[in-house]
Ligand binder design. Sequence first.
Ligand SMILES: *Cc1c(COP(=O)(O)O)cnc(C)c1O
Length: 220
Amino acid sequence: MNAIADNLRFVRKKIMQAALANGRDPSQIKLVAVSKGKTEADVEAAIAAGQLVFGENRVQEAKAKFANLRAANPALELHLIGPLQTNKADDAVRLFDVIQTLDRPSLAEALAKAIKKTGRVPRLYIEVNSGSEPQKAGVAPEDFGSFLDFCRDACGLAVNGVMCIPPQAGDPTPHFLRLKTLAEQYGLAHISMGMSADFETAIRCGATEVRVGSAIFGER
Ligand SMILES: *Cc1c(COP(=O)(O)O)cnc(C)c1O
């Protein structure tokens, strides 16, 4: 038994329990294993334990780590969960199946161009700055509708979901509920929220994807 396989089993069980306790179907909640800062061997251990969906926060790190893993495991699904610079849009679109951090007009334009150029169409989630924290990435909740319109109408992008990272301190519940409400209001199916410390709360609030790193791979 290795620790990563044990941790994965534990997290999956917690996800299942949180789903059932809230009248939700556990199969409707996707576990994104966040492997940032961890090695290719760590990811391999997770794959051996049946995990195929991974999240990374840097394009270059993910590109290096997953080059061989991708080739060996065609079913892998890779999510970008960190900030994306416009000059890395092409690389990101080539590498990732989901980009969770669409957060500004210049990036929407760069992604539209990259999609046209590469012919690859990752799913896109809008990152919401649910706590309206000045230093944090993401669209303010009150600007969500106009930004979504811009992505769709001006850039021709299909937007598939939302994600948020609540403020470090305090109860994340109101932030999770705000994100869930936005997703419902605008008919977006994918709701990415909840990390190691709060994924069960996020599931109670309606998460369809949880992003769990340290509870699977250990502290970074
Ligand atoms: C690092 C990270 C996670 C995972 O955090 P843990 O606390 O290790 O589970 C989730 N989402 C984002 C955006 C992250 O950067």
